[in-house]
Design a protein around this ligand. Structure first.
Ligand code: FPP
Ligand code: MG
Length: 322
C-alpha cells in the first residue's frame, strides 16, 4: 500500500484532520465511539479511491478531502451497524464498539455518522454527488438485508452471492470512483469507466475478504477467521465446494451452518472440504478476473502516476492480507 499512497501522502494527512474537523457534535460520547473505530487503523481504501480518481481526472481543488472524510464516515457507520448484526467481538485487532459500549450506542452512533454524512454533503450543493452517494447507501442496506435473508442457506446460488457483495461492498467502491470523476469534471465516458473500475475493484475486495476468512490468521486479520461460517454466511469458497461435495459432506456443512456454537474442529473440517474441491483456488481465480476487468476500464486514461497508483491498488486486491 505504501507505494500507492506515497503520491497522496499530504492529502491523507489532511484527511485525518478533516475527519476530526467534520466530526462536530456537543456530545463527547459520540466522538469517543467514532474515534475508537475510526482511529483503529482502517486502510482508508474508499477515501484513497476518491483522491486518486479525482487527481487522475485533473482535479486541482481541495473539495475531495471532505468527500473522502464523508465516505469514511459512511463506511464507519456501516461497520458499527454490521458488527451489531454479526455480533462481532473484534475488528482491526480491538474490541468492537458493541462489545465496549453495547449494541444500542453502536447503532445510534452509526445513525449519527450516517446522518452527519448527508448533512455535510448538502454543504457543497453538488446534487450529482449526493445522488451517487444516496443510491450507494440504499444499495448497502439492501445488500446487508439480502445477506441476512440468505443466512445459513446452503442452496445460495453464485448469482445471489454476487448480488449480495455487489450491493454491500462494490457499489460504495464504485461510488467513490465516480465521485472522483465528478469532481474532476470528467466526460461521461470516463465517469462510466471509473464507475466500472470501482465496481470490479470492490467485487475483488470482498472476494478477497471472503477468502481471508478461511485462510488467514486471527492475528494478521485483526478479527477471528471462520466468522463467516460461524454466522451462517455462505460465501463463494463454500458455494463452490457445496456443488461438488458428496451427500455426507453436504449434510455436514448444512449442520455446521445451522449451528450456533461452531467449534474450531467444525471449521477445520469444513475448510478441508472447501480445499478438497478447490473452493479457495476457484475464488482466487474469480478475484483475479475482477481485478483484470477493473484494469481494462483504466485504458481510456492517459498514462500518469495516478493511473499507475490505481493499477497498483487493483493488484493490491490480490495480495492484501488485512
Ligand atoms: C461488512 O461485511 C459490511 C458491509 C460491507 C456493509 C454493511 C452495511 C450495513 C450494516 C447496512 C447499511 C448501514 C448504513 C448506515 C447505510 P462483512 O460482515 O462481510 O465484513 P466484516 O468481516 O469486516 O465484518
Ligand atoms: Mg461483519
Amino acid at each position: 500500500m505504501e507505494g500507492i499512497t506515497k503520491l497522496i501522502e499530504a492529502d491523507l494527512h489532511k484527511l485525518e484532520l478533516s475527519i476530526q474537523g467534520l466530526l462536530t457534535t456537543k456530545i463527547g460520547f459520540i466522538k469517543e465511539i467514532v474515534n475508537h473505530i475510526i482511529k483503529s487503523g482502517g486502510k482508508r481504501v474508499r477515501p484513497i479511491l476518491i483522491m486518486l480518481t479525482a487527481r487522475l481526472c485533473g482535479y486541482k481543488d481541495e473539495q475531495h478531502i471532505p468527500y473522502a472524510a464523508i465516505i469514511e464516515f459512511i463506511h464507519t457507520a456501516t461497520l458499527l451497524h454490521d458488527d451489531v448484526v454479526d455480533n462481532a467481538k473484534t475488528r482491526r485487532g480491538s474490541s468492537t464498539a458493541n462489545i465496549v459500549w453495547g449494541n444500542e450506542p453502536s447503532v445510534l452512533v452509526g445513525d449519527f455518522l450516517f446522518s452527519k454524512s448527508f448533512e455535510l454533503m448538502t454543504h457543497s450543493g453538488n446534487h450529482e454527488i449526493l445522488k451517487v452517494m444516496s443510491e450507494a447507501t440504499t444499495a448497502l442496506a439492501e445488500g446487508e438485508i439480502l445477506e441476512l435473508l440468505k443466512t445459513s442457506d446452503a442452496d445460495t446460488k453464485e448469482e445471489e452471492y454476487f448480488e449480495i457483495i455487489r450491493n454491500k461492498t462494490a457499489v460504495l467502491f464504485s461510488a467513490a470512483c465516480e465521485i472522483g470523476g465528478i469532481l474532476g469534471k470528467a466526460h461521461m465516458k470516463k465517469k462510466i469507466s471509473l464507475k466500472n473500475f470501482g465496481y470490479n475493484l470492490g467485487m475483488a475486495f470482498q472476494l478477497t475478504d471472503d477468502i481471508l476468512d478461511y485462510v488467514s490468521l486471527d492475528t494478521i486479520l485483526g478479527k477471528p477467521i471462520g466468522t463467516d461460517l460461524k454466522e451462517g454466511k455462505v460465501t463463494l469458497p463454500l458455494i463452490h465446494a457445496l456443488k461438488s461435495a458428496d451427500e455426507k459432506e453436504n449434510s455436514y456443512i448444512k449442520r455446521v451452518l445451522e449451528k450456533t456454537n461452531m467449534t474450531r474442529r467444525d471449521f477445520e473440517r469444513v475448510r478441508n472440504i472447501i480445499r478438497k474441491y478447490g473452493g479457495i483456488d476457484y475464488t482466487s481465480t474469480v478475484t483475479k478476473q475482477y481485478v483484470d476487468s477493473a484494469k481494462v476500464f483504466l485504458n481510456i486514461f492517459q498514462p500518469s502516476p495516478y493511473k499507475d497508483a490505481l493499477l497498483g491498488l487493483a493488484n493490491y486486491m490480490l495480495k492484501r492480507e488485512t
